[in-house]
Design a protein around this ligand. Structure first.
Ligand code: NAD
Length: 439
């Protein structure tokens, strides 16, 4: 894996900020506020295990390409590791570490009996044939299998990985162990071990906390306006759900791999998520010309953040709201809901909060995905599958309760929601480590 454990030291003054430095800085604040002893803090700053593998793949043209595979298992004191596998050409070990740590906190806040992990394959699936993708998925699992399993570590999809990828991985894992073990990977297709509702769960969970937050601000979703960055799995379902509650989503954005830049698609009367889904590819890239033909204004990628709306929902990638663009957030914005993982730099987050905007942090806002993954594991373990509405009702209840816990802690300790979320999460994980006798 690139870098060494020394990268877990706090960044030197002036060093570039990264998702990992942000995650560590946030953790350190919580550790100090909770008065954690040095041993416990040291344990929680570092992943328990990191795996880096080379995955050889026979390409369609007969050559062999070697892909880098990563898995970071941050902490499993509260239960088996859980976390997605990202397919991305610039996936980076430091980012994967940060995301693994965020998963530990996210599961703890949601009250799930799970730990945190994250994986990646450094690749661009858009440039691989289906056969090459299948061989890559199977190769990753063969290398990682001895460190996975329903009681050890349970992968799931993430950016650019799909239910089909998870099924190939599961099939390879089951072939290796000689048994059907549906609870060993989540995010599978419905009907072959997948949970009804999984595709919608993260977006629905985002909207569940968004509605709770609007309520705390005294705003009615009917008449509320929002701008969303991204138009992938999370953004599309959040947009549909929001529209269902009578809110108007005036803009969404997406990354155009051909042009290597993002575009914002705006319609002041409200975008139609169904219509845009019909002209988006499976990676969430909206067809620019088709959108223009449908009457959407096609603006630069940065325009999503400048909209005169009540709510901003970053739902694309990490590191999107920085000190550089946060001042461009319109004065009307009252709420930012972090649907993506780590979309806001810590300093930009403080700037936003200082302006009186409520910022719901990622580890609360997008926990609907892992909550549903947990329900998929539970269903897989009993080989008994629930109705979609039962699953989504449970996701909704869990998200509403998690938001209430965090909001109450924030009011009690007079801290922003992000700090409150970290206090709750770190406290729960530290307690589990202590009670196990690790520290
Ligand atoms: P996805 O791959 O389905 O979609 C990503 C979207 O972001 C695409 O529309 C892409 O075009 C767009 N995008 C990428 N870079 C962009 C840029 N610079 N500007 C504008 N748009 C850009 O991914 P997803 O599953 O929707 O995940 C989105 C975020 O939510 C990620 O941070 C992911 O880690 C997080 N998340 C996802 C889930 C889940 O269940 N899918 C769960 C928890 C957290």
């Amino acid at each position: 894996m690139n870098g060494s454990l020394s990268t877990l030291e706090p960044p030197a003054a002036g060093a570039a900020r990264t998702p990992l430095s942000e995650a560590l800085e946030q953790f350190d604040r919580a550790a100090r506020a909770l008065g954690l002893d040095a041993g416990t803090a040291g344990l929680l700053r570092s992943p328990l295990r990191e795996l880096r593998v080379s995955v050889p793949v026979r390409m369609d043209d007969g050559t062999t390409a070697v892909f880098e595979g990563l898995r970071v298992q941050h902490n499993d004191a509260r239960g088996p590791f859980k976390g997605g596998i990202r397919f991305h050409p610039s996936a980076d070990a430091g980012d994967v570490r940060a995301l693994a740590m965020l998963m530990t906190w996210k599961c703890a806040i949601a009250g799930l009996p799970l730990g945190g992990a994250k994986g990646a394959i450094v690749c661009d699936p858009r440039r691989l044939s289906l056969g090459e993708q299948e061989r890559l998925c199977r190769g990753w699992i063969r290398q990682m299998a001895r460190n996975l399993g329903p009681a050890v570590d349970v992968p799931a999809p993430d950016v650019m990985s799909s239910a089909q990828h998870m099924l190939w991985m599961l099939d390879e894992y089951e072939t290796m162990v000689g048994a059907r073990v549906p609870a060993s990977i989540t995010g599978k297709p419905v009907g072959i071990g997948g949970s009804p509702g999984r595709a919608e769960a993260t977006g629905y969970g985002v909207v569940a906390v968004l509605l709770e937050a609007l309520g705390r601000l005294g705003l009615d979703p009917r008449g509320a306006t929002a701008s969303i960055q991204g138009f992938g799995n999370v953004a599309q379902h959040a947009a549909r759900r929001l529209a269902g509650f009578g809110a108007t989503v005036v803009a969404v954005s997406s990354w155009d791999a051909e042009d290597r830049q993002a575009y914002t698609f705006r319609k002041p009367s409200g975008v139609d998520p169904e219509q845009l889904s019909a002209i988006a590819n499976r990676f969430g890239t909206i067809d620019r010309r088709a959108a223009a033909d449908l009457g959407y204004e096609v603006l630069p990628g940065s325009a999503w953040i400048e909209q005169e709306v009540d709510v901003l929902v970053p739902a694309a990638l990490e590191g999107q709201i920085t000190l550089g663009n946060a001042p461009r957030i319109h004065g009307r914005v009252r709420l930012v809901v972090e649907a993506a993982n780590g979309p806001t730099a810590a300093d930009a987050g403080r700037l936003i909060e200082d302006r009186g905007v409520l910022l719901v942090p990622d580890i609360v806002a997008n926990a609907g995905g892992v909550a549903c993954s947990y329900f998929e594991q539970v269903q897989g373990q009993s080989n008994f599958y629930w109705e979609r509405q039962d699953v989504l009702r449970r996701v909704d209840a869990l998200m509403t309760a998690a938001f209430a816990d965090v909001h109450e802690r924030a009011s009690r300790d007079r801290v922003p929601l992000r700090d409150a979320a970290y206090l709750i999460a770190v406290e729960r994980v530290a307690r589990a480590c202590r009670e196990r006798g690790w520290v």
